[in-house]
Design a protein around this ligand. Structure first.
Ligand SMILES: Nc1ncnc2c1ncn2[C@@H]1O[C@H](COP(=O)(O)OP(=O)(O)OP(=O)(O)O)[C@@H](O)[C@H]1O
Length: 258
Protein backbone atom coordinates (compact mmCIF):
# COMPACT_ATOMS: atom_id res chain seq x y z
CA UNK A 1 0.00 0.00 0.00
CA UNK A 2 1.38 3.46 -0.76
CA UNK A 3 0.41 7.08 -0.64
CA UNK A 4 -0.08 7.06 -4.40
CA UNK A 5 -1.16 4.48 -6.96
CA UNK A 6 1.52 3.44 -9.42
CA UNK A 7 1.44 4.84 -12.93
CA UNK A 8 0.91 2.47 -15.85
CA UNK A 9 -0.32 2.52 -19.41
CA UNK A 10 -3.33 0.57 -18.33
CA UNK A 11 -5.37 3.28 -16.65
CA UNK A 12 -8.64 4.49 -18.15
CA UNK A 13 -8.82 7.64 -16.07
CA UNK A 14 -5.97 9.48 -14.37
CA UNK A 15 -6.05 12.67 -12.35
CA UNK A 16 -2.44 13.64 -11.79
CA UNK A 17 -1.29 16.27 -9.27
CA UNK A 18 -4.62 18.04 -9.52
CA UNK A 19 -5.25 21.28 -7.69
CA UNK A 20 -8.76 22.71 -7.68
CA UNK A 21 -10.81 25.32 -5.87
CA UNK A 22 -14.24 26.90 -6.08
CA UNK A 23 -13.62 30.35 -7.49
CA UNK A 24 -10.94 32.18 -5.58
CA UNK A 25 -11.51 30.26 -2.38
CA UNK A 26 -8.76 28.13 -0.86
CA UNK A 27 -7.68 24.97 -2.64
CA UNK A 28 -9.97 22.02 -2.11
CA UNK A 29 -7.77 19.55 -4.02
CA UNK A 30 -4.08 20.02 -3.26
CA UNK A 31 -1.98 17.95 -5.61
CA UNK A 32 -4.17 14.88 -5.76
CA UNK A 33 -3.45 11.83 -7.91
CA UNK A 34 -6.07 9.12 -8.52
CA UNK A 35 -5.96 6.43 -11.18
CA UNK A 36 -8.73 4.11 -12.38
CA UNK A 37 -7.69 0.89 -14.15
CA UNK A 38 -10.04 -0.92 -16.56
CA UNK A 39 -12.64 -3.30 -15.14
CA UNK A 40 -12.28 -1.93 -11.64
CA UNK A 41 -14.22 -0.17 -8.92
CA UNK A 42 -12.08 2.50 -7.27
CA UNK A 43 -13.61 3.93 -4.11
CA UNK A 44 -12.81 7.34 -2.62
CA UNK A 45 -13.34 7.54 1.12
CA UNK A 46 -12.46 10.13 3.73
CA UNK A 47 -14.00 12.63 6.12
CA UNK A 48 -16.63 15.20 5.20
CA UNK A 49 -15.10 18.01 3.21
CA UNK A 50 -12.03 15.98 2.17
CA UNK A 51 -12.78 16.72 -1.48
CA UNK A 52 -14.28 13.44 -2.69
CA UNK A 53 -17.19 14.93 -4.65
CA UNK A 54 -14.87 17.59 -5.99
CA UNK A 55 -12.68 14.88 -7.56
CA UNK A 56 -15.71 13.67 -9.53
CA UNK A 57 -16.63 17.23 -10.54
CA UNK A 58 -13.13 17.83 -11.86
CA UNK A 59 -13.16 14.51 -13.73
CA UNK A 60 -16.49 15.29 -15.42
CA UNK A 61 -15.57 18.85 -16.37
CA UNK A 62 -17.98 20.55 -13.95
CA UNK A 63 -15.01 22.21 -12.26
CA UNK A 64 -11.82 23.10 -14.14
CA UNK A 65 -8.64 22.24 -12.24
CA UNK A 66 -6.22 25.05 -11.42
CA UNK A 67 -3.32 22.77 -12.26
CA UNK A 68 -2.56 19.14 -12.94
CA UNK A 69 -3.61 16.72 -15.67
CA UNK A 70 -6.68 14.69 -16.49
CA UNK A 71 -6.06 11.78 -18.83
CA UNK A 72 -8.63 9.43 -20.36
CA UNK A 73 -7.09 6.36 -21.95
CA UNK A 74 -3.80 8.27 -21.95
CA UNK A 75 -5.24 11.28 -23.81
CA UNK A 76 -4.96 14.66 -22.14
CA UNK A 77 -8.49 16.02 -21.63
CA UNK A 78 -7.57 18.63 -19.02
CA UNK A 79 -9.87 21.66 -19.07
CA UNK A 80 -12.54 20.15 -21.29
CA UNK A 81 -16.17 20.99 -20.61
CA UNK A 82 -18.79 18.48 -19.36
CA UNK A 83 -20.12 17.59 -22.81
CA UNK A 84 -16.59 16.94 -24.06
CA UNK A 85 -15.77 14.85 -21.00
CA UNK A 86 -18.89 12.81 -21.71
CA UNK A 87 -17.71 12.32 -25.29
CA UNK A 88 -14.29 11.30 -23.96
CA UNK A 89 -15.99 8.54 -21.98
CA UNK A 90 -16.73 9.93 -18.52
CA UNK A 91 -20.33 9.76 -17.31
CA UNK A 92 -21.23 11.41 -13.98
CA UNK A 93 -24.12 10.25 -11.79
CA UNK A 94 -24.59 13.15 -9.42
CA UNK A 95 -25.27 13.00 -5.72
CA UNK A 96 -28.96 12.94 -4.82
CA UNK A 97 -31.79 11.85 -7.04
CA UNK A 98 -32.01 13.01 -10.62
CA UNK A 99 -34.79 10.94 -12.15
CA UNK A 100 -37.72 12.86 -13.55
CA UNK A 101 -40.50 11.35 -11.50
CA UNK A 102 -43.34 12.40 -13.76
CA UNK A 103 -41.68 10.74 -16.76
CA UNK A 104 -41.53 7.01 -17.49
CA UNK A 105 -38.49 4.85 -16.80
CA UNK A 106 -38.06 4.57 -20.57
CA UNK A 107 -38.07 8.34 -21.07
CA UNK A 108 -35.59 8.79 -18.24
CA UNK A 109 -33.20 6.20 -19.64
CA UNK A 110 -33.50 7.49 -23.20
CA UNK A 111 -32.49 10.99 -22.03
CA UNK A 112 -29.03 9.48 -21.69
CA UNK A 113 -29.03 8.69 -25.41
CA UNK A 114 -29.93 12.14 -26.73
CA UNK A 115 -26.53 12.51 -28.42
CA UNK A 116 -26.80 9.16 -30.24
CA UNK A 117 -28.23 9.60 -33.73
CA UNK A 118 -28.11 5.95 -34.82
CA UNK A 119 -31.40 4.33 -33.74
CA UNK A 120 -30.00 0.81 -33.92
CA UNK A 121 -27.23 1.85 -31.53
CA UNK A 122 -29.85 3.25 -29.14
CA UNK A 123 -31.79 -0.03 -29.37
CA UNK A 124 -28.60 -1.98 -28.67
CA UNK A 125 -27.86 0.13 -25.60
CA UNK A 126 -31.45 -0.21 -24.35
CA UNK A 127 -31.06 -3.99 -24.58
CA UNK A 128 -27.76 -3.75 -22.72
CA UNK A 129 -29.10 -1.74 -19.78
CA UNK A 130 -32.27 -3.83 -19.56
CA UNK A 131 -30.13 -6.96 -19.28
CA UNK A 132 -27.93 -5.33 -16.66
CA UNK A 133 -30.72 -3.85 -14.54
CA UNK A 134 -33.76 -6.17 -14.52
CA UNK A 135 -35.85 -3.58 -12.67
CA UNK A 136 -35.36 -1.20 -15.59
CA UNK A 137 -36.71 -3.84 -17.97
CA UNK A 138 -39.58 -4.83 -15.67
CA UNK A 139 -40.70 -1.24 -15.01
CA UNK A 140 -39.85 0.22 -18.44
CA UNK A 141 -43.27 1.83 -18.96
CA UNK A 142 -43.89 2.80 -15.32
CA UNK A 143 -43.66 6.32 -14.02
CA UNK A 144 -40.20 6.69 -12.50
CA UNK A 145 -41.75 8.33 -9.44
CA UNK A 146 -43.54 5.07 -8.65
CA UNK A 147 -40.22 3.25 -8.11
CA UNK A 148 -38.40 2.96 -4.79
CA UNK A 149 -35.28 5.05 -4.13
CA UNK A 150 -32.95 2.14 -4.90
CA UNK A 151 -34.81 1.35 -8.12
CA UNK A 152 -34.65 5.01 -9.17
CA UNK A 153 -30.90 4.94 -8.62
CA UNK A 154 -30.67 2.00 -11.02
CA UNK A 155 -32.59 4.06 -13.59
CA UNK A 156 -29.91 6.74 -13.16
CA UNK A 157 -27.21 4.09 -13.65
CA UNK A 158 -28.93 2.87 -16.80
CA UNK A 159 -29.19 6.43 -18.15
CA UNK A 160 -25.47 6.99 -17.50
CA UNK A 161 -24.54 3.84 -19.44
CA UNK A 162 -26.44 4.75 -22.60
CA UNK A 163 -23.40 6.54 -24.03
CA UNK A 164 -21.12 3.52 -23.45
CA UNK A 165 -18.83 5.36 -21.05
CA UNK A 166 -15.38 4.11 -20.20
CA UNK A 167 -15.70 5.23 -16.59
CA UNK A 168 -18.82 6.02 -14.57
CA UNK A 169 -18.39 8.54 -11.76
CA UNK A 170 -20.83 7.69 -8.97
CA UNK A 171 -21.36 10.21 -6.19
CA UNK A 172 -22.86 8.61 -3.06
CA UNK A 173 -25.34 6.32 -4.83
CA UNK A 174 -26.63 4.94 -1.52
CA UNK A 175 -27.56 8.34 -0.11
CA UNK A 176 -30.98 8.15 1.53
CA UNK A 177 -31.33 4.39 1.01
CA UNK A 178 -31.89 1.77 3.69
CA UNK A 179 -29.24 -0.99 4.15
CA UNK A 180 -31.06 -3.46 1.92
CA UNK A 181 -31.45 -0.99 -0.95
CA UNK A 182 -27.83 0.06 -0.44
CA UNK A 183 -26.73 -3.55 -0.90
CA UNK A 184 -28.79 -3.84 -4.07
CA UNK A 185 -27.33 -0.65 -5.49
CA UNK A 186 -23.76 -1.69 -4.66
CA UNK A 187 -24.38 -5.09 -6.26
CA UNK A 188 -25.43 -3.23 -9.40
CA UNK A 189 -22.19 -1.26 -9.25
CA UNK A 190 -20.35 -4.59 -9.45
CA UNK A 191 -22.52 -5.67 -12.36
CA UNK A 192 -21.57 -2.47 -14.18
CA UNK A 193 -17.91 -3.24 -13.60
CA UNK A 194 -18.32 -6.86 -14.68
CA UNK A 195 -20.06 -5.68 -17.84
CA UNK A 196 -16.96 -3.66 -18.74
CA UNK A 197 -17.44 -0.18 -17.27
CA UNK A 198 -14.91 1.03 -14.72
CA UNK A 199 -16.33 2.91 -11.74
CA UNK A 200 -14.98 5.75 -9.62
CA UNK A 201 -17.18 5.64 -6.54
CA UNK A 202 -17.70 8.09 -3.68
CA UNK A 203 -19.64 6.54 -0.84
CA UNK A 204 -20.75 7.79 2.56
CA UNK A 205 -20.86 4.17 3.70
CA UNK A 206 -17.07 3.80 3.43
CA UNK A 207 -16.73 0.36 4.96
CA UNK A 208 -19.48 -1.20 2.85
CA UNK A 209 -18.15 0.46 -0.30
CA UNK A 210 -14.59 -0.77 0.30
CA UNK A 211 -15.98 -4.28 0.72
CA UNK A 212 -17.11 -4.23 -2.91
CA UNK A 213 -14.33 -2.05 -4.36
CA UNK A 214 -11.12 -3.29 -5.94
CA UNK A 215 -9.04 -0.28 -4.97
CA UNK A 216 -9.49 2.45 -2.43
CA UNK A 217 -8.12 5.93 -1.89
CA UNK A 218 -8.38 7.63 1.48
CA UNK A 219 -8.63 11.38 0.96
CA UNK A 220 -7.90 13.93 3.61
CA UNK A 221 -7.64 17.69 3.16
CA UNK A 222 -7.63 17.41 -0.62
CA UNK A 223 -4.83 14.88 -0.90
CA UNK A 224 -4.63 11.11 -1.15
CA UNK A 225 -3.58 10.06 2.32
CA UNK A 226 -3.18 6.42 1.36
CA UNK A 227 -4.31 4.17 -1.49
CA UNK A 228 -4.17 0.51 -2.41
CA UNK A 229 -6.24 -2.64 -2.64
CA UNK A 230 -9.54 -2.04 -0.86
CA UNK A 231 -9.07 -5.20 1.21
CA UNK A 232 -5.76 -3.84 2.55
CA UNK A 233 -7.38 -0.55 3.55
CA UNK A 234 -10.15 -2.42 5.33
CA UNK A 235 -7.63 -4.55 7.19
CA UNK A 236 -5.59 -1.58 8.43
CA UNK A 237 -6.66 -0.96 12.04
CA UNK A 238 -5.49 2.66 12.11
CA UNK A 239 -7.37 3.53 8.94
CA UNK A 240 -10.38 1.72 10.32
CA UNK A 241 -10.33 3.82 13.44
CA UNK A 242 -9.60 7.13 11.74
CA UNK A 243 -11.70 6.90 8.60
CA UNK A 244 -14.07 3.96 8.68
CA UNK A 245 -15.79 4.47 12.01
CA UNK A 246 -14.23 1.40 13.58
CA UNK A 247 -12.66 1.30 17.04
CA UNK A 248 -9.57 -0.76 17.76
CA UNK A 249 -10.26 -3.80 19.89
CA UNK A 250 -7.39 -2.88 22.23
CA UNK A 251 -4.52 -0.48 22.57
CA UNK A 252 -4.39 3.26 23.06
CA UNK A 253 -7.05 5.45 21.48
CA UNK A 254 -5.71 7.76 18.80
CA UNK A 255 -5.91 11.49 19.41
CA UNK A 256 -6.18 12.26 15.70
CA UNK A 257 -9.42 13.86 14.60
CA UNK A 258 -9.62 13.94 10.79
N1 LIG B 1 -20.05 24.59 -4.89
C1 LIG B 1 -19.16 24.85 -3.92
N2 LIG B 1 -18.77 26.11 -3.67
C2 LIG B 1 -17.86 26.39 -2.72
N3 LIG B 1 -17.27 25.45 -1.94
C3 LIG B 1 -17.63 24.18 -2.14
C4 LIG B 1 -18.58 23.80 -3.13
N4 LIG B 1 -18.74 22.46 -3.10
C5 LIG B 1 -17.91 22.01 -2.14
N5 LIG B 1 -17.24 23.03 -1.56
C6 LIG B 1 -16.26 22.94 -0.48
O1 LIG B 1 -15.20 22.10 -0.93
C7 LIG B 1 -14.76 21.24 0.13
C8 LIG B 1 -14.80 19.81 -0.34
O2 LIG B 1 -16.15 19.48 -0.61
P1 LIG B 1 -16.56 18.06 -1.22
O3 LIG B 1 -18.04 18.08 -1.37
O4 LIG B 1 -15.73 17.75 -2.40
O5 LIG B 1 -16.14 17.10 -0.03
P2 LIG B 1 -16.54 15.60 0.24
O6 LIG B 1 -15.30 14.89 0.64
O7 LIG B 1 -17.30 15.05 -0.91
O8 LIG B 1 -17.47 15.77 1.51
P3 LIG B 1 -18.89 15.12 1.88
O9 LIG B 1 -18.60 13.72 2.31
O10 LIG B 1 -19.36 16.00 3.01
O11 LIG B 1 -19.76 15.22 0.65
C9 LIG B 1 -15.63 21.56 1.33
O12 LIG B 1 -14.95 22.45 2.17
C10 LIG B 1 -16.84 22.20 0.73
O13 LIG B 1 -17.41 23.14 1.62
Amino acid sequence: MGSEQQNSDEHLLELVDVEASYGRAALVLRGLTVRVPPASVVCLVGPNGAGKSTVLKVASGMLAPRSGLILVGGDDVTGRRPQQMLEAGLSHVLQGHSVFKEMSVAENVLLGAYTIKDRSEVAERVGFVKDLFPVVADRWDSLAGALSGGQQKQVEFARSLMVSPRVVLLDEPSMGLDPRATNTVLEQVLRMRDAGTAVLLVEQNARRALEIADLGCVLDLGRVHVSGPAADLLADPQLGELYLGQRRASGPTSTHSP
